[in-house]
Design a protein around this ligand. Structure first.
Ligand code: FHN
Length: 462
């Protein structure tokens, strides 16, 4: 009896060993891009540290660049197919002329690094349905349908790995104006509610998302967008399941159609106050996302730096967009302005990366009861003199307007033990006076830094 049980046990163990051996390579292959982090905090760690990312909207729409048949088309550049109601058969022909020979992944990633950005999110497929990578799901992709015959997303993922920058994809899961059953193209295919939307999701969107999660190394996040018709049945959940099974560490933005790992604010919408939880503001450098030749209304580096600090001081991340040309060049003004922000970050990055929100609120501005919004609420008037970010034991005061002689701060918790400026490499102590929660710091006559100088107050807990 004992011997029979021992034989049974050894057969069982052998079987388990064989199964384990057979499964090991599969498990290792699945785990290699990014194993499941232990907790949600662990999954969010890089995002909370990063704070500043580069968004890239690049696709066939960069060829017309806001103009169709000699006429300017109003609105954002990547929507030209929709705005000008261009039939699929005509729009498709752009692919034959897409040859971005000046594209250089190394240069793009170097620019992001110079700008102090820690992650890149690029359009793998926008609403026009054209895949900007070598997809095997459809030939309507940059590798098969253009003379370029390269996979720029592969090249970018390799360059990001070399530079230690996280890499993620924008993917338009619902709108696909190229597909008869995708959402959005009513001019070729009629109303969305008559379409077999699940046929499109299962036949194109889901397999393409699988490709992106298997062929491009660790994917830091997938940025879904415009979740039309996505709140029906298990549509959103199917994408979550794909992500969780292939790369459990990959984050999901806030526009899949169900709650993601963080909240995506409206485009260019910075909240007025501190917002708890993880969130991000997607934003443009001018007014369009995809390249438009007549949109040269660039935000200044001062404005971009202020917005970055403002967002971080409220608890969020800033995902700032460039729209490269059809030749593969990031417009020079975008590059210059971003690099200026990067130079500021080189000096002051300690007050941004991994920093928490302000412990105050008065510096953010106040509602003006005399001015009403359309909804009848008082208009919030933002103040712009200074912002605050925090780290354990440190208060960072970003001074956009240099105060004459000294800076006074109230509601300070704990004892301030030292004050200095990040622009001062020597970290020389500034004279400070504290009366209860009121702190006064004597400042040099002139601001030591460009755009904003950051004053650090080191604090000891009470
Ligand atoms: O329709 C898109 C638009 O083209 C662009 O991609 C932005 C980026 O946040 N998202 C949608 C509009 O909110």
């Amino acid at each position: 009896m004992k011997r029979r049980f021992a034989r049974f046990l050894s057969v069982k163990i052998m079987a388990l060993v064989v199964v384990a051996c057979l499964c090991a390579p599969v498990a290792a292959a699945q785990a290699s891009p990014a194993a499941a982090p232990a907790s949600q905090d662990a999954r969010m760690k890089w995002f909370r540290e990063a704070k500043f990312g580069l968004f890239i909207h690049w696709g066939l729409y960069a060829i017309p660049a806001g103009e169709w048949k000699g006429q300017p088309v109003a609105g954002i550049g990547e929507w030209i197919m929709n705005r000008a109601q261009i039939p699929v058969k005509e729009y498709e022909q752009l692919a034959a002329g897409f040859n971005p020979v000046k594209f250089n992944a190394e240069e793009w990633v170097q620019m992001a690094e110079d700008a102090g950005m820690k992650y890149i999110v690029i359009t793998s497929k926008h609403h026009d349905g054209f895949a900007m990578y070598h997809s095997t799901v459809t030939k309507y992709n940059i590798f098969d349908a253009t003379p370029f015959h390269r996979d720029p997303l592969k090249e970018l993922s390799a360059a990001c790995a070399r530079h230690g920058i996280k890499f993620g994809f924008y993917y338009s899961q619902a709108q696909d104006w190229h597909e008869p059953n995708g959402a959005g193209n009513t001019w070729d295919f009629g109303p969305d509610d008559k379409k077999d939307f699940d046929q499109y999701l299962r036949g194109k969107a889901e397999p393409q998302v699988k490709e992106l999660l298997t062929g491009y190394g660790p994917v830091c996040l997938i940025w879904f967008d415009t979740p039309r018709m996505m709140n029906v049945g298990d549509r959103a959940q199917r994408f979550i399941d794909i992500l969780h099974s292939l790369q459990p560490a990959t984050l999901i933005d806030g526009r899949l159609g169900t709650a993601g790992d963080y909240v995506s604010m409206g485009d260019n919408r910075i909240p007025d106050a501190v917002v708890k939880g993880d969130w991000e503001v997607p934003a443009t450098l001018n007014h369009t996302w995809g390249f438009k030749k007549d949109d040269t209304d660039w935000k200044t580096p001062e404005d971009l730096t202020f917005k970055l600090v403002d967002i971080v001081s409220k608890g969020g991340n800033y995902l700032l967009n460039v729209g490269p040309t059809a030749e593969g060049v990031i417009p020079q003004a975008s590059q210059d302005n971003l690099r200026t922000v990067g130079r500021w970050l080189k000096v002051n990055g300690e007050a941004i990366y991994g920093a928490g929100p302000t412990p105050f609120s008065d510096e953010l501005g106040a509602p003006d009861p005399a001015r009403k919004t359309k909804e009848g609420n008082p208009v919030f008037v933002a103040a712009t003199d200074w912002r605050s970010t925090t780290k354990p034991g440190k208060l960072f005061i970003h001074l956009f307007k240099w105060p004459a002689g000294s800076f006074e701060l109230s509601k300070v918790k704990g004892k301030v033990t030292k004050a200095y400026l990040l622009a001062d490499a020597a970290r020389a102590s500034l004279k400070l006076n504290q009366q209860g929660d009121r702190v006064t710091v004597s400042l040099p006559e002139k601001a030591p830094g460009q755009i904003a100088s950051v004053l650090v107050l080191e604090t000891a807990a009470n």
